[in-house]
Design a protein around this ligand. Structure first.
Ligand code: BT5
Length: 262
């Protein structure tokens, strides 16, 4: 349990910046947890916790996509929230979540931040934010990891040369305020994904670094080389390849630039 003085200042940052109808009104802050996504799943199984948000100062088993891990030893913001949504909406959640983070970053003045499809946020082509959406039935956990205070040396020691933090960009962020602003935008973006996906996609496309670039998508069926040309309403990336257009779904592939990381 974080100490009471810390909790009081975290609460003030958070509640002063949260402007949602429901999302994040119930907020749990933990010292340490295995994974905030796993916490949401356990809580939601127990009590269908609509809109619950949970954050931890550290995760002992922070998760990435496809069984990868997320370095969560402190210095970052690690949180997840619960969403109840019809199955057809689920592929749109990662897009809505990524856009919500960018909108909160715009308010903070983060320079030159882009979405790498489906939902990484990059700055100077280094990874600042990772997002993991997991669903079971009509419930989902959206987990967001934002690098806040780590240094280049911290990432080098962790074997993450392609990672960046807000501090490395010269941005001082109050984590609980930032979390509340991301939740505020997430509630709006998720509503937009449900009601007007065309509008959400238009904004998403304008902030997506994967469009117009030579990319390699690697998944179970091997590698697909092509140029990113669009994102469709199911949230799939459309690649223009030598064999024609191919759609790739986010759960299945790892994306990189044809010449290196992005
Ligand atoms: C992601 O996966 O980027 C999703 C990360 C989601 C983390 C949040 S934290 C709160 C919630 N609870 C969880 O357990 N997870 C979510 P993926 O696209 O698979 O990227 C994982 C890869 O990013 C790793 O294999 C590393 O190469 C790299 N990586 C790991 N930790 C990183 C960090 N802190 N910063 C930048 N890159 C990192």
């Amino acid at each position: 349990m974080p100490d009471p003085v810390f909790l009081e200042s975290a609460r003030a940052q958070y509640t002063g910046a949260l402007e949602t109808r429901k999302l994040g009104k119930c907020f749990v802050l933990l010292d340490e947890v295995d994974s905030t996504n796993a916490y949401i799943r356990r809580a939601a199984d127990a009590q269908a916790a609509q809109g619950l948000a949970v954050a931890a100062l550290r995760q002992s088993a922070g998760r990435g996509r496809l069984g990868r891990s997320w370095a969560s030893n402190g210095g970052g913001l690690y949180f997840s929230f619960a969403v109840q949504t019809p199955p057809e909406m689920l592929p749109r959640l990662p897009l809505a979540a990524a856009l919500a983070v960018l909108m909160a970053f715009d308010e903070l003045g983060v320079p030159d931040a882009w979405i790498k499809w489906p939902n990484d946020i990059l700055a100077s082509e280094k990874k600042l934010v990772g997002i993991l959406c997991q669903c079971w039935g009509e419930r989902a956990a959206v987990g967001i990891g934002v690098n806040i205070g780590q240094s280049e040396q911290d990432f080098a020691a962790a074997g993450l040369p392609n990672a960046a933090s807000l501090a490395m960009l010269g941005i001082a962020a109050e984590p609980w305020r930032l979390m509340a602003r991301i939740l505020t935008h997430a509630e709006r973006c998720i509503a937009l994904a449900r009601e007007d996906i065309a509008a959400l996609l238009n904004t998403y496309r304008s902030r997506c670094i994967s469009l117009g670039r030579a990319l390699v998508a690697s998944g179970a069926q091997g590698e697909i080389h092509g140029v990113g040309v669009d994102i469709d309403e199911e949230g799939r990336l459309i690649l223009k390849t030598a064999q024609g257009l191919k759609a790739v779904a986010s759960g299945e592939v790892k994306l990189r630039g044809a010449d290196g990381y992005i």
